[in-house]
Design a protein around this ligand. Structure first.
Ligand SMILES: Nc1ncnc2c1ncn2[C@@H]1O[C@H](COP(=O)(O)OP(=O)(O)OP(=O)(O)O)[C@@H](O)[C@H]1O
Ligand SMILES: Nc1ncnc2c1ncn2[C@@H]1O[C@H](COP(=O)(O)OP(=O)(O)OP(=O)(O)O)[C@@H](O)[C@H]1O
Ligand SMILES: [Mg+2]
Ligand SMILES: [Mg+2]
Lengths: 237, 237
């Protein structure tokens, strides 16, 4: 389903400085897998996630998603894939600061054209429209829907980012350190939520530095200096 | 040294909604202590840190720092205390996006008047001026000084925030989830750095959700719903 061959990502900074964020990645991830990506700070995990999640383009190599060469997709086609199939929880949340939690979670539905009606098109039937409040309730934020990001704790912002990533029922979920700002109990609730989605058929790819979180995955990939150093199936506990 | 009595923080959101972020905190922290603050997401940890760190004012109660009632300090006096004595690592880093890592770390020195010379005053002697590069090297970012935050990984931004907090040799270090975005090995290096500062006489107050991080502290305080539920001295390992 996801196939990377010789993927590189190079940053050129003025004065001859080159950063090889990814130095040749060969990787295949099948549908319905649950993969954890681990590795030192700066080793390329977020860069890898952004490329697989169609948020960034590689410098070299080939990425095919369900047999389609992603390099041949236009920006618009990439955006459509992202909206329809992918949910992305960013390491730094990336919430819109002037919108409430609820509005932030509604946004993917608006982009996918399934939110409120417009004068050209009636509103989508209720079940879909009710998703944002339900998504926020599922991450324990039913009483924070009207808060803006600056009025939320760090872990609450992280959970709004998680709810936003899941509201469109994505078939592939990318989660970059989804429990980094959460206490252990709340983190477990989030991991149970991801495990439920996995059971329901989603592919989950997450970055974590915590062994307890990686334990939910069926496979653990280790990165170092932009390369994969280990790729092991593990028996889920 | 730090004394909180009946400290409250209340947010009033339109339409009769009140959030009691802190609901009555009584707490004393002495010089040279190493304290870990733990508790569920949204329980008031960052709010408490911001008040003790003189970044925010309580709604009620009394906070005395070295015998001085902080409520009686002007904003300018508070800023001076912060710059001279306090280093703060924010949960969401708060780096200036258009400045390089080096410039971000230099800022506290500029505010404290110890950076480069101006036409009114010669530059401060070299040892202080060399602090920003040394501070960045100590967190493993010697080769990232010219990167801006958007050109850094999540954990690298976190480490820039840590270097910035420590560059002024603060006597009180506040660290809000300082290892949340770091792999275990890098996280240990940061904790060793904090332990060294503690040995050298600093007071360390940190928020964490990881037991391995709290293990460095001599005392662990638990918050829930804006109150302290447990306050235990522990034998450092
Ligand atoms: N400006 C604000 N207006 C309204 N409510 C706020 C505001 N800032 C914070 N809160 C609320 O105050 C509570 C405490 O927030 P705080 O950031 O101290 O929590 P925390 O313990 O640091 O959580 P986390 O572990 O998720 O970082 C939260 O429930 C939050 O929603
Ligand atoms: N725009 C950029 N320009 C230059 N270098 C960059 C840029 N973005 C990222 N890098 C570098 O690429 C490397 C990989 O970054 P990436 O964000 O993928 O790391 P990571 O594994 O996610 O780290 P962390 O665990 O700290 O989040 C880092 O060393 C970083 O400094
Ligand atoms: Mg990252
Ligand atoms: Mg917090």
């Amino acid at each position: 389903m996801i196939r990377l061959a010789g993927i590189t990502k190079v940053y050129h900074m003025g004065e001859d400085v080159t950063v090889n964020a990814l130095a040749g990645i060969d990787l295949e991830i099948g549908a319905r897998e649950f993969v954890a990506v681990m590795g030192p700070s700066g080793s390329g995990k977020s860069t890898l996630m952004n490329i697989i999640g169609c948020l960034d383009r590689p410098s070299g190599g080939r990425y095919t998603l369900d047999g389609i060469d992603v390099a041949r997709m236009s920006d618009r086609e990439l955006a459509q894939v992202r909206n329809a199939r992918i949910g992305f929880v960013f390491q730094t949340f990336n919430l819109l600061p002037r919108m409430t939690a609820l509005r932030n979670v509604e946004l993917p539905l608006v982009y996918a054209g399934v939110a409120r009606g417009t004068r050209h098109r009636p509103a989508t039937p209720a079940p879909r429209h009710r998703r944002p409040p339900a998504a926020l309730a599922r991450v324990g934020l039913a009483d924070r829907t009207r808060h803006r990001p600056s009025q939320l704790s760090g872990g609450q912002r992280q959970r709004v980012a998680i709810a936003r990533a899941l509201v469109n029922n994505p078939s592939i979920v990318f989660a970059d350190e989804p429990t980094g700002n959460l206490d252990t109990a709340t983190g477990s609730e989030i991991m149970d939520l991801l495990a439920d989605l996995h059971d329901a058929g989603a592919t989950i790819i997450l970055v974590t530095h915590e062994a307890a979180v990686a334990a939910y995955a069926g496979r653990v990939i280790h990165l170092r200096d932009g390369r994969i150093t280990r790729d092991e199936a593990r028996t889920p506990d």
